[in-house]
Design a protein. Structure first.
Length: 300
């Protein structure tokens, strides 16, 4: 019975830890919203229980090659300090290394952490590792991205909690900005540079962007291609896009890394002033580019 109580306590604390992690990126812009969300959780579940010891938390991110995930790592470290945890943060070498991320998770399960926070690259790649954690009674929290519910259930992989963002809403907001700007000039042709095919956040952002674009009869989507979260891939896609569609007016990118590459490609051919580019994540480099009046917008 004591083991069950302790597991629930760990899960509860890590749920709040996940909230703090996610808030690191957005709380500065909307501190009242974060405080309300935290108060709602405490109201429903009670005050944060005082840890009986320093819990060991393992956190597995997508990759530290992207500044967004570096900020998330900083959030884990800060939150662990606030709540009296010990935390280890690992990540795959790249945003497409699904096998490498799974290897990290399977190793982490063997290290007997009290709980694991994971951000799967795709809805499927970490299912074997989460199943292993389930067998060893290690609670797993999905942060940001998630597992495919049916596949996880079939494999016996249980997730104790999920803390995520409205990725489809992010895509909708970004594309809606482009639509609103293009209304001033009568509409035009637009394109979408997606993330990694099958990645939950990328697919949802694409769906949201398509929804916004299709709401306007003045907008024509001429291309939607996977950029794999990769700067060089996005740069090449943009270069080819502007050659195929010299009258292109807008590009929505599923993250800022690809959006910055699109800006670079357009500048190289003297077309940036013509094309509105919007990204997602509001990483520091995107902020600097917006201040320089190059990147048009980023959804935080």
């Amino acid at each position: 019975m004591e083991g069950i109580v302790m597991t629930k306590r760990v899960v509860f604390i890590v749920c709040l830890l996940s909230l703090v992690i996610a808030s690191v990126y957005g709380a500065a812009a909307a501190p009242s919203a974060f405080k309300k969300a935290q108060a709602d959780i405490i109201g429903k579940m009670g005050e944060i229980p005082k840890p009986s010891r320093a819990y060991r938390i393992g956190a597995l991110e997508i990759t530290l090659a992207n500044p967004f995930w570096v900020t998330m790592k900083d959030g884990y470290v800060a939150a662990a300090k606030d709540f009296g945890f010990k935390v280890d943060v690992l990540a795959a070498p790249s945003e497409s290394d699904t096998a490498g991320q799974l290897n990290f998770l399977e190793t982490m399960v063997d290290k007997k952490y009290d709980a694991l926070c994971v951000s799967p690259i795709t809805p499927f790649n970490l299912i074997p590792g989460v199943e292993k954690a389930t067998r060893k009674n290690v609670p797993v929290i999905c942060v940001g991205t998630w597992l495919d519910e049916e596949a996880a259930k079939e494999a016996g992989a249980k997730v104790a909690a999920l803390y995520s963002s409205d990725f489809e809403g992010q895509g909708y907001l970004g594309a809606k900005y482009i639509v609103d700007q293009l209304k001033k000039v009568g509409g035009g042709k637009v394109a979408i540079i997606e993330g990694l095919p099958g990645a939950s956040q990328g697919e949802a952002r694409k769906a949201g962007a398509l929804k916004a674009f299709k709401e306007s009869s003045a907008i024509k989507v001429v291309s939607t291609q996977p950029g794999n979260w990769d700067r060089n891939t996005a740069l090449n896609i943009t270069t080819n896009l502007i050659q195929a569609h010299p009258d292109l007016k807008g590009i929505f990118c599923a993250n800022d890394t690809m959006a910055l590459a699109a800006v670079e490609a357009l500048k190289a051919v003297g077309k940036k002033a013509q094309v509105i580019v919007v990204g997602v994540d509001y990483i520091p480099e995107a902020n600097a580019s917006m201040k320089a009046k190059e990147l048009d917008a980023s959804v935080a």
